[in-house]
Write a protein of this length. Structure first.
Length: 84
């Protein structure tokens, strides 16, 4: 059985070896048949502290690592361009 993998944007990287990732998804309203955008925030384990705020990352579901951590960082997909 494979674990769930999701993509999201890093919202916070202030913790040691942890990141907060926002996962956006769409769902259809049952009554009005309109598409609604929703998001959830999850805490993921980042062993090497490589992800920074604003990065698009891929995370994988794992066994509970702490009270709120249920995901682990797989890879940093892309970093935003810094415009000076």
């Amino acid at each position: 059985m494979t674990s769930k993998q999701r993509k999201g944007i890093v919202v916070s990287d202030k913790m040691e070896k942890s990141i907060v990732v926002r996962i956006d998804y769409r769902k259809t309203d049952k009554r009005y048949k309109k598409t609604i955008r929703r998001s959830i925030k999850v805490v993921a384990h980042d062993e090497k502290n490589e992800a920074k705020e604003g990065d698009v990352v891929q995370i994988r579901e794992t066994k509970p690592l702490s009270k709120r951590k249920r995901y682990v960082l797989v890879q940093v997909v892309n970093r935003p361009e810094v415009v000076a």
